[in-house]
Design a protein around this ligand. Structure first.
Ligand SMILES: O=C([C@H](O)CO)[C@H](O)[C@H](O)COP(=O)(O)O
Length: 432
């Protein structure tokens, strides 16, 4: 197999940093430099010009995502120094034909991006016949959040055409290697390189993995179950990351950690009960499975519905944690056990087990709706609820928030910059 090409997608908003990152990625083994669509929208053709000026020995791609006026967009990118212009395969055939004519005239090549194309293999054949130079099997960033994967269609596209095929969409070293094994000649990696704390090291990891895959001619990738992926992602992010991913959604109000420094991630088993009635909360321990989270809504907070013995039972059942919008007791013992417990109030007096209430019904806890099976993430900042049907998407988006923060943190810590400088705060103030 030929040596695969590593294309780094510079999906940033700040040109200065994009230029630096490009250099760091080249040091790690990147071949081609892509001016990502967000960078082009933020900085215009200047982004392409600057990349070309700085890195003449490397191909520069302009991810124009052209859907109309193929000739004009290719001409302006080519004149700015682009070696390859990325257009959308979804475009009308005439737009693609025009783009190719302009590319031939201005001395560049065209890559057609198959993002959102309903039948990628047949469209790939059509655009190949129109004359594009490369194809890109691409799952966009928003689509990745829903769990779409370029690997699902890559092989079909590779088998349908004879031009080089690129793959893109949330690739890390392992998945990039899998793409090479499936016949991709180019792997496009964005956030897993450009948002990482050590760009050179991350690029190097991808470089080594794809080179190994090319030498061996194949690697195996096992896709984890959705729940496994959600849990792993949420374990790596914080509640502020999740809140940001949910457009600054609020945590439960007035429910705070009684044991500090503990994190809870798991699916909710919900309980609704009356003030002091601990029957349903304790019965729910037997309903919940390993890794679940009990979320208990109590109608008042004058008597405890939870204490040390219930906590010990939870530990036996490997329950991940307990959230109570109500009162608890034996807090000193629970702290000693180190079990993650969040509650509204601490009192010494318990109530009676009367058996009112229900298990696994919708509850409103700390002002937030929780349904059975919703995902809970709780840490010292508070308790966030993620509706189950959006859990994968939010976990992925929270991971993207974390990656962006890691990058900014790196620049503050290592380069002595300030937050306002790194994010170019003044530039992004709303124009009045
Ligand atoms: O093309 C891209 C996306 O649509 C934003 O412009 C990305 O460059 C491409 O998806 C690669 O980035 P990652 O998915 O973050 O690896």
């Amino acid at each position: 197999m030929e040596r695969p090409i590593l294309q780094v997608a510079l999906d940033l908003l700040e040109l200065k940093r994009a230029i630096e990152i490009a250099g760091e990625a080249i040091e790690g083994g990147a071949d081609w430099l892509e001016a990502g669509t967000p960078l082009i929208k933020s900085e215009g053709m200047n982004a392409i010009r600057e990349l070309k000026k700085h890195y003449r020995g490397h191909k520069v791609l302009a991810d124009m995502k052209t859907i109309d006026t193929g000739a004009i967009e290719v001409e302006m990118a080519a004149k700015s120094g682009a070696d390859i212009v990325i257009i959308l395969a979804l475009s009308d055939d005439d737009t693609i034909a025009e783009a190719i004519r302009a590319a031939r005239k201005y001395g560049c090549e065209v890559m057609a991006d198959l993002i959102n194309v309903p039948d990628p293999a047949s469209r790939a054949k059509e655009v190949e016949e129109l004359g594009v130079d490369y194809l890109n099997v691409h799952v966009g960033i928003d689509q990745q959040m829903k769990g779409l994967d370029p690997l699902e269609v890559l092989k079909d596209v590779v088998d349908s055409v004879s031009i080089p095929v690129a793959a893109a969409g949330g690739l890390d070293a392992e998945r990039a290697a899998a793409c090479v094994s499936m016949g991709a000649s180019i792997v496009i990696v964005g956030s897993n390189i450009v948002k990482s704390r050590n760009v050179t090291e991350s690029a190097r990891k991808v470089r080594e993995a794809i080179d190994r895959a090319a030498e061996k001619g194949g690697v195996e990738v096992r896709r984890k179950s959705l729940d496994e992926e959600i849990r792993e992602l949420l374990m790596r992010v914080s509640t502020p990351n999740v809140s940001d991913a949910m457009h600054r959604a609020k945590a439960m109000d007035g429910v705070y950690p009684l044991v500090r420094g503990k994190k809870i991630v798991g699916k909710a088993v919900t309980v609704s009960t009356m003030d002091g009635d601990w029957a349903k909360p304790v019965e729910a321990i037997n309903v919940a499975g390993e890794g679940d989270v009990l979320v208990i809504k109590v109608s008042g907070d004058t008597a405890a519905v939870w204490g040390e013995l219930a906590t010990r039972s939870c530990i036996n059942r490997k329950i991940a944690g307990v959230i109570i919008d109500g009162a608890v007791r034996d807090v000193d013992d629970i702290r000693e056990l180190g079990f993650p417990l969040f509650a509204r109030k601490e009192v010494p007096n318990a109530g009676e087990p009367k058996g009112f209430g229900e298990i696994n019904v919708k509850v409103i806890c700390g002002g937030v709706e929780v349904n059975p099976g919703d995902w809970i993430i709780a840490d010292d900042n508070g308790v966030m609820v993620i509706p189950k049907r959006r859990a994968y998407e939010i976990a992925r988006r929270a991971m993207e928030v974390k990656k962006s923060e890691d990058r900014i943190r790196g620049e503050i810590e290592e380069k002595g910059r300030t937050l306002a400088d790194v994010v170019e705060l003044y530039k992004w103030e709303k124009v009045q």
